[in-house]
Design a protein around this ligand. Structure first.
Ligand code: ATP
Ligand code: MG
Length: 401
């Protein structure tokens, strides 16, 4: 019998539900990942209890998606989603089915799930419930729809991108019928919300096979995400070693969009409702990665002054992945020098300069744009020569400028 190690708190929740006469199983991603020997991100529980009944049993709960049957049970500050067995009605373009119907039958609940590898349930009492050969597909390394692929993608076109995303995360292939249905139903993705699409694309890019983003294009899905997104795919002659980049959102998106100009890259990401911080990070990397930095400390300090420490390091790492061979030795030196600059504590930010605008005003300068220009000139001087970051020296210098 298959045995899965369930965290204590999740086990307790299931026991409590059982004690009240309800069925309860761990389900979906956590079962899949456990069988693969991967650490599950979270433990979802499916139960025959109705949401109101779940709330009666546990003292601390949150109504996360109660109209869809989900109650979050809080144990030691951790949340566990407990969802009532349900049959999904038609999906609308939003995140959830238009209407759901609760059921007392586990198999009905498993049937509504997207892929066989995601449609397994497990409890310590009953063992593994695997009605659609999910375990065999895990062993074969195959993503396959539960039931008829065309129907399942028609119900919710997001599943098309989820299929590609799971292939990328797990290094799996698509089963034939599932793959054929993808191109046929791809136009329906135009009706799916951009946020949902973005979540899947981001997970795909953060996975260990970000290069599988090309599957999106090969299956003719690009135009149904956006025209700009489609054009970006055409311009990207080869995806390149994106998998060598750290799994950070701005780095992976920038790796994929690096051939775009930075405005176009930002526009694609705004369309997809990515957060501003990521968009800014992508904009910086896409605009700077081709600019080779001289192995010369003043020039390095200048580049560093425009970026956070983290983003500067990300930029070097990005250049390392995609630069031309001839730049490689220079880049190593740049990296070495930048470490020295950090270690020495050289002033690389205006706010760390030994003289402030206020002090210049106290010394008789008028506030205004000229003062800003003066501060910048002093800062340029400090970037060239860190020893110059001395109050007296800079005040003297200011008199001459
Ligand atoms: P991960 O959390 O690692 O991204 P997961 O499998 O847990 O993967 P979720 O999006 O958290 O994925 O969904 C939990 C489960 O709900 C899935 O395993 C699947 O059984 C079901 N599911 C999620 N989205 C859909 C969908 N669009 N259609 C059908 N079933 C779905
Ligand atoms: Mg999950």
């Amino acid at each position: 019998m298959v045995k899965i190690q369930i965290p204590e708190a999740a086990e307790k929740i299931m026991e409590q539900l059982n004690a009240h006469g309800f069925e309860a199983y761990a389900v979906g991603g956590c079962v899949r990942d456990s069988l693969l020997g991967r650490e599950p991100e979270d433990w979802d529980i499916t139960t025959s209890a109705k949401p109101e009944q779940v709330k009666e049993i546990f003292p601390r709960t949150v109504d996360t998606g109660i109209q869809h049957g989900t109650v979050t049970v809080l144990i030691d500050r951790m949340g566990y989603e407990v969802t009532t067995y349900r049959i999904d009605g038609e999906y609308e373009d939003g995140r959830h089915p238009r209407e759901v119907e609760f059921t007392g039958n586990l198999l009905e609940d498993l049937k509504r799930r997207d892929f066989t590898i995601n449609a397994m349930a497990y409890s310590s009492r009953e063992g593994l419930v695997d009605a659609f050969d999910g375990r065999k597909d895990l062993q074969r390394g195959v993503v396959r729809c539960v039931g008829n692929a065309m129907d399942r993608f028609r119900e919710d076109a997001l599943r098309i991108l989820r299929a590609i995303r799971f292939c990328a995360q797990l290094g799996f292939d698509m089963e034939r019928e599932t793959e054929q249905a993808i191109s046929a139903i791809a136009p329906n993705l135009a009706k799916v919300s951009k946020e949902r699409i973005q979540v899947e694309l981001t997970k795909l890019l953060l996975s260990s096979h970000p290069e599988r983003i090309t599957d999106v294009y090969e299956n003719g899905i690009g135009p149904f995400i956006s025209d700009r997104f489609e054009r970006a795919g055409k311009r990207l002659a080869a995806i390149g070693p994106v998998c060598f980049l750290p799994s950070k959102k701005h780095m992976r998106w920038a790796g994929f969009l690096r051939m775009e100009d930075y405005e176009a890259a930002a526009a694609i990401l705004r369309d997809l409702k990515l957060d501003n911080e990521t968009i800014e990070g992508v904009r910086t990397l896409v605009s700077l990665w081709k600019t080779e930095i001289p192995a010369h400390k003043p020039a390095i300090r200048k580049v560093m002054s425009g970026l956070s420490d983290e983003l500067f390091d990300d930029l070097l790492c990005f250049q390392e992945a995609f630069c031309r061979e001839e730049y490689r030795d220079q880049l190593k030196e740049v990296k070495q020098y930048s470490e020295e600059i950090k270690k020495a504590g050289d002033c690389i930010r205006l706010k760390d300069m030994a003289v402030t605008g206020r002090e210049l005003i106290e010394a008789g300068r008028k506030p205004g744009p000229k003062l800003g220009a003066l501060l910048n000139s002093l800062f340029e001087e400090v970037l060239k020569c860190p020893e110059c970051n001395d109050r007296e020296y800079l005040m003297e210098l200011a008199k001459k400028l």
